[in-house]
Ligand binder design. Structure first.
Ligand code: FAD
Length: 337
């Protein structure tokens, strides 16, 4: 049986969270299929990285360690990954839906004629019968993602081409050590024959990294405000409540579009996906495009004047009330306690 590849993205030498999330999911899929989970690392100075990857279940760690791979450059990465996939023939190859993954995964899939489902939010193994030919396919990767503006959840399968390739949104999958660590066996990639001179034609002369000032992705508590906050001025209540709770501030798209909050705070399908321990939704109706980015939160509290708003259906506690009355009371309470 062919194995599962997970491309390991590096951020300043550290493994990106999304890659650990993909290893966690990949381990689950590999166990179900009875195959091995293989991590692919292209970087520089990555000796010892296999120890961390093994904890998340990687059986094998393919490594190409050379300065041409760091910082990330599209063409050598594409060339080596294509070469390795041709050599090892995995049945599944997974990437984070990050700027890096979105850049080179489509190039890899195009070069291999394999197809790619972008921005998946769930991956499941299942069977499929072709409605025209009635051919049965066993153990395909169901690549699940919102489509048509989030109005439907599409399940996409790729019966005929290998590998089945997907990019997966950051933060939608759990990141957990495997119940049983993988072997983390390092296998060097014989990458030199895979890279042509033309792949190295683009040289990076200077690189400036702008620190993200707002980072709600990994926040444990998020207080999010919606259009129901009424104005930018009133949105300050959301910031105040967040401050007393030591939380980050999130926002719905309607709040961002109205200028109440910065785009980096937008939660949802076209914003960030979050899974905090506590998510307090203030004046947010809970349209599917918003809930797609937060419904995995451990606890959801909504504050809304409309008891029938969709957010109340997924909330653990739904407070029916005006944000202008409820939030100041909460701030007062938490300041005192
Ligand atoms: P509304 O839907 O206007 O809801 C406001 C809520 O506030 C209402 O429920 C109302 O009862 C309540 N309210 C009003 N006054 C008060 C008060 N004083 N006190 C308490 N409650 C009050 N949306 C996102 O959030 N994130 C996305 O990533 C996203 N991506 C999208 C992608 C596409 C392709 C499309 C088509 C849409 C997308 N949207 C996204 C928009 C989404 O469909 C909704 O329009 C948006 O989430 C609504 O934001 P809202 O809940 O703040 O506003």
């Amino acid at each position: 049986m062919n194995n599962i590849f997970v491309y390991i993205e590096l951020e300043n030498g550290a493994v990106a969270d999304v890659s650990l999330e993909l290893l966690t999911k990949g381990r689950e899929l590999a166990d179900e299929l009875g195959v091995k989970l293989e991590a692919v690392v292209l970087g520089h100075g990555v000796a010892g990285i296999e120890k961390e990857l093994a904890k998340y279940g990687a059986d094998t760690v393919w490594v190409a360690d050379d300065e041409i791979f760091a910082p990330f450059r599209t063409l050598p990465h594409t060339a080596v990954l294509c070469g390795l996939i041709r050599q090892e023939k995995p049945q599944i190859a997974l990437f984070g839906a990050t700027p890096v993954g979105r850049d080179f995964a489509p190039r890899v899939s195009s070069a291999l004629h394999s197809g790619l489902t972008a921005d998946c939010t769930q991956l499941v193994i299942g069977d499929h019968t072709d409605p025209k030919t009635k051919t049965d396919y066993k153990n395909l990767l169901y690549q699940i993602r919102p489509a048509f503006g989030g109005n439907i959840i599409a399940t996409i399968v790729n019966p005929d081409h290998r590998p089945q390739m997907a990019t997966v949104r950051e933060g939608v999958m759990r990141k957990e050590y495997a119940a049983k660590a993988g072997a983390g066996e390092v296998k060097p990639i014989d990458w030199r024959p895979m890279v042509q001179d033309t792949d190295l034609a683009v040289k990076i002369i200077d690189r400036q990294i702008e620190e993200r000032k707002i980072n709600i992705k990994g926040a444990g508590v998020i207080v999010a405000g919606g259009y129901g906050m009424g104005s930018k001025e009133n949105f300050k209540l959301v910031h105040e409540l967040a401050e007393v709770l030591g939380a980050e501030v999130g926002a719905s798209r309607a709040a961002v579009d109205a200028g109440f909050a910065e785009h980096a705070r937008q939660v949802g399908q076209t914003g960030v996906t979050v899974r905090p321990k506590l998510y307090i939704a203030c004046g947010i109706s809970g349209q599917i495009q918003h809930t797609a980015g937060m419904d995995q939160s451990s606890m959801i509290i909504s504050i809304n004047t409309d008891a029938e708003a969709p957010i109340c259906k997924i909330a653990d506690f739904a407070i029916t009330g005006d944000v202008n009355e409820v939030i100041p009371k909460m701030i007062k309470y938490y300041k005192q306690n």
